[in-house]
Design a protein around this ligand. Structure first.
Ligand code: SF4
Ligand code: SF4
Length: 287
């Protein structure tokens, strides 16, 4: 099973647009959305069936047993995250601020604090005809790297496809590292701007540390040709292949807003994406 991961240094560069087009061009049998903070691949994946859903448990959180709490405030004093307030003589935990360290439960003189598993999100696995693994983290919950790993594992377990396509998380943090681990090729979607070049360099370094093969494509390359030249220069210096340059295309947002990928629309961006896919498949063959 070959594993292709599509990444960008930040959101909004067209990562999901590329992933959705590849999935459609190939009629892919297995794919995943690892952008668990803001998943959106399902919007263009055209999935109709009801998925298998599963709660995702992240960190534990503190809960106050009201009948046992006599409002001494010791837990609030010791909480380094200011997650506890004493209101009307009882402790109250702010679930968004609680980091699950359990100090409050140790210091409480009356065993009025219990640590409970927290439902931090939900995983979904679509299996009708093709396998699509995705998840959504609840607002204010951390540890998304663990959830990304769960999403990938669910995909690998449920499918025996020759190729899986993974839409990764933006940025360079823990969820990205979890996305990169174990894949064959990382395709980085770069944006021709000062911040886009910086983000691309950071994600290339991250993938390099993890020893994964990388390639770059430039989205909306004609919006800023000078920055596109800089991306080309950086890639040439570092022996990184540029597999495609996607032009700015007014039809792209229209297609996406209508829930279609660019594979289903006759347009310059779609034509370039198809040519780019051939280059990516060639690279994957060598992995
Ligand atoms: S330490 Fe225990 S008893 Fe005191 S306020 Fe906190 S929960 Fe209530
Ligand atoms: S578990 Fe830790 S972070 Fe959460 S309320 Fe207790 S002391 Fe504060």
């Amino acid at each position: 099973m070959k594993k292709l991961l599509i990444l960008s240094g930040k959101g909004g560069t067209g990562k999901t647009t590329v992933a959705a087009a590849f999935i459609d061009f190939l009629s892919a049998r297995a794919f995943a959305d690892c952008d668990v903070d803001a998943p959106n691949l399902h919007i263009v994946a055209g999935l109709m069936s009801e998925p298998e859903r599963k709660d995702y448990h992240g960190l534990q959180k503190a809960y106050i047993v009201s009948e046992k709490c006599f409002g001494c405030g010791l837990c609030a004093d010791k909480c380094r995250f200011d997650a506890i307030q004493i209101l009307d003589g009882k402790a109250e935990v702010d679930e968004y601020a609680c980091e699950g360290c359990a100090v409050c439960s140790f210091v409480c003189p009356n065993d009025a604090v219990v640590m409970k598993d927290d439902v931090a999100g939900e995983q979904a696995l679509f299996r009708e005809g093709r396998v699509f693994s995705t998840a959504k983290l609840k607002m204010g919950r951390g540890n998304s790297g663990k959830l990304v790993t769960e999403v990938k594992n669910a995909l690998f377990k449920a499918s025996e496809a020759d190729l899986v396509i993974i839409d990764g998380s933006p940025g360079i943090g823990c969820p990205v590292i979890a996305s990169v681990t174990g894949v064959d090729l990382v395709l980085i979607v770069a944006e021709p701007s000062v911040s886009g070049i910086h983000d691309m360099e950071r994600i290339l370094k991250t993938a390099g540390i993890l020893g994964v093969k990388t390639a770059v494509c430039v989205n909306k390359y004609d919006v800023c040709p000078e920055s596109t030249e800089k991306i080309k220069g950086y890639c040439a210096e570092n022996s990184i292949l540029i597999v495609g340059k996607i032009p700015y295309d007014k039809q792209a947002p229209k297609a996406i807003n209508a829930g279609h990928s660019l594979a289903s629309v006759e347009c310059p961006a779609g034509t370039e994406l198809k040519a780019m896919l051939a280059n990516v498949l060639e690279l994957l063959e060598e992995c």
